[in-house]
Design a protein around this ligand. Structure first.
Ligand code: UGA
Length: 451
């Protein structure tokens, strides 16, 4: 891919917020040849990032930081005043689910705009990347305008991100599309400036769509709602497969050959978790309700319910395999992160299941290649082991809950000598049933026949 520097475009960029999105975006913009200053209010985070230590595990990120920091093109600060003079300011702060509600908490986005506004110049463009309820951009521009220096007209564009954890760098420097939401008299100039920011990926042929603010905001939540729907669809099929004695993996393979449907995101199992899909569909329903379009998204309630049901089904299966009660049973849990190649445990289906088994009196031991520290912090009452083998010592049942590659490489014959009962429940449908069964295991899975 040609970099921006090769294309001779180098801008000064500020990135507000150094969470998942912000850190990756800042490092990737520096990699594209721009000069980047990233701002966060957390001094500890800024100090560690300045040393090249990312606050989370993301494949390739430490290496990328190690490459761009010495170039001097990327700096981290807690001081907003240092963003003065940037051509483009990206707002990359989080929008978590509000406590006790379905709606998204946009307070960090508005706080970022408030802090940024006094430092705006006439030429600077503010670009929102956070996932927000439709209608936020228009309100945000008013907020920026209210705080901007006298004589400055605030410029705002909406440019949602579609990055997946585990592939965040690739999804930032080579996304499958750019969406620019623009509005007002500066719209044309805003598009041109964003084209300069993304000159490298655009030169490689990344499609770019220009639309208005509400459409750009909706693209992001609609995409996540669709992905969640696809996962819950196949998990609903898994429920039917369980009742009918059919195999959901073969069903998904057969469906996926129809390229109108496609095989991606049809992996049945424990369902979706993480910091995005669950909270985004809930916030989307809440916003539709505010807009009087609640009926349109009523189906997302069922998508959410199917998803949550898979977790309790997993606990039911574990109980069943333990003779009807989990009380005093040893349960080995393989996986804690909400997905592989991540140490993120936000709304992790694996930890939900582990915690539910613990609540029923099981002695639960968890192993995850990357998410142990985070899991220990949030679930101190669960047991933890340093390896798959250690987690499985004397286990009555082994639960495979996050599909790390390492777990696919387990030798079931060797593991059978460690456990009390060779019974595995595959919550992600990625272990090889024939291999496990031939090594003497009882293999159960969500949506697959018993034998
Ligand atoms: C998701 C979207 O995929 C990104 O496009 C979006 O940018 C991001 O949210 C966001 O809003 O920031 P991410 O949360 O990293 O990305 O994770 P996904 O890869 O979408 O997986 C979400 C969950 O669905 C995981 O728990 C995963 O195990 C589960 N999943 C995924 C399934 O259960 N089955 C599948 O077939 C696929």
């Amino acid at each position: 891919m040609p970099t921006a520097s090769l294309l001779d475009v180098s801008l000064t960029i500020s990135v507000i917020g150094t969470g998942y999105l912000g850190v990756v975006h800042a490092a990737c913009m520096a990699e594209l040849g721009h000069t980047v200053i990233a701002v966060d209010s957390d001094p500890a985070k800024i100090e560690s990032l300045s040393r090249g230590v990312a606050p989370m595990f993301e494949p390739g990120l430490d290496e990328l930081l190690g490459k761009v920091l010495p170039s001097g093109r990327l700096r981290f600060t807690t001081d907003y005043a240092q963003v003065v003079g940037a051509d483009v300011h990206f707002i990359c702060v989080g929008t978590p689910q509000r406590r006790g509600e379905n709606a998204a908490d946009t307070s960090y986005v508005f706080a970022a705009a408030q802090s940024l506004a006094p430092h705006l110049s006439q030429e600077a463009l503010v670009v929102g990347k956070s996932t927000v309820p439709v209608g936020t951009a228009a309100r945000l521009r008013d907020r920026l305008q209210a705080g901007a220096p006298e004589g400055v007209t605030a410029r705002l564009a909406w440019n949602p991100e579609f990055l997946r954890e585990g592939f965040a760098i690739q999804d930032t420097v080579a996304p499958n599309r750019f969406v620019y939401g623009v509005d007002g008299p500066s719209a044309e100039a805003d598009v041109a400036l964003l084209d300069e920011v993304y000159a490298g990926p655009l030169a490689s042929g990344t499609p770019r769509l220009v639309c208005d603010f509400p459409t750009a905001e909706l693209v992001k939540v609609a995409a996540n709602a669709f992905l969640a729907t696809k996962i819950s669809f196949i998990n609903a099929m898994a429920e039917v497969c369980e009742a009918a004695g059919a195999d959901v993996v073969q069903l998904a393979d057969a469906l996926g050959h129809d390229d109108r449907i496609g095989r991606k995101f049809l992996n049945a199992g424990l369902g979706f978790g993480g910091g995005c899909l669950p909270k985004d569909i809930r916030a989307f329903m809440a916003r539709a309700c505010e807009l009087g379009a609640d009926e349109a998204l009523e189906f997302l309630r069922e998508i959410d319910a199917i998803n949550v049901r898979r977790r309790s089904r997993m606990v039911d299966l574990a109980r069943e395999q333990c003779g009807g009660t989990l009380l005093g049973k040893r349960v080995a849990v393989l996986g804690a992160a909400f997905k592989p190649d991540s140490d993120d445990i936000r709304d992790s289906p694996a930890l939900d299941v582990a915690q539910a088994a613990r609540t029923e009196g099981a002695v639960v031991t968890v192993y995850d290649p990357k998410a142990m520290e985070a899991a220990r912090r949030v679930h101190p009452d669960l047991g933890y082991a340093d390896s798959v083998e250690e987690a499985c010592i004397d286990a009555d049942v082994v639960l495979h809950l996050t599909e790390w590659k390492q777990f696919r490489q387990i030798d079931p014959a060797a593991l059978a000598t460690i456990v009390e009962n060779p019974t595995v429940i595959d919550g992600r449908n990625t272990l090889d049933p024939a291999l496990w069964r031939s090594a003497g295991w009882v293999y159960r899975a969500l949506g697959r026949p018993t034998v």
